[in-house]
Design a protein around this ligand. Sequence first.
Ligand code: IMP
Ligand code: MG
Length: 188
Amino acid sequence: MVKPNEQSNRIRVRDKFFRLYLNREKIDEIVSAIAGRVTRDYTGKDPILLGILNGAFIFASDLVRKLNIPCEISFVKYSSYHGMESNGKISRLIGLNETLRGRDVIIVEDIVDTGHTMAKLLDDLKQCEPASIRIACFCFKKQAFRENFTIDYCGLEIPNLFIVGYGLDYDGAGRNFPDIYQLDTPNG
Ligand code: IMP
Ligand code: MG
């Protein structure tokens, strides 16, 4: 059994095998690049980062520690994913209890897939009348995207793969791997 902190080429999460897709060094470079852009764009401002639980908790904590500006961080929780497919029904489980009116909000998400979760949050957020809203996501499955909002800070565009690690889960498991793995099919 591979321990999450060992860098390995192949891991097992529940009943599935996954192979290494993106190592922790590359992940760190991507987060640093996003943090640099956010720092430049928000110098002189005091934004509030809004992470989407559960998946974004690791990316949000890495990103916030690389920002060189004053900021706040809060989280919302939505749910839509079951197993390996988004079921399209999005419900907010915890959420927008901060005073967001007049604030510069940066939504922080681990991955945008169909975009339905983000679209629902954007809708809810507008009711709170923030001064501005931007989106930072670690990765983006462009081919699966079904909405039409703009992603302001996108770490990495990926094909339609199923990935785990760095906060991303398969049925609740695998979030604690520091590297990102893709589902390993028998044919590669
Ligand atoms: P969307 O609403 O279809 O954009 O799905 C977004 C949410 O689904 C993300 O916040 C993730 O939590 C989850 N998700 C999407 N793709 C993956 C994946 O490849 N692995 C694990 N979770 C995923
Ligand atoms: Mg998520």
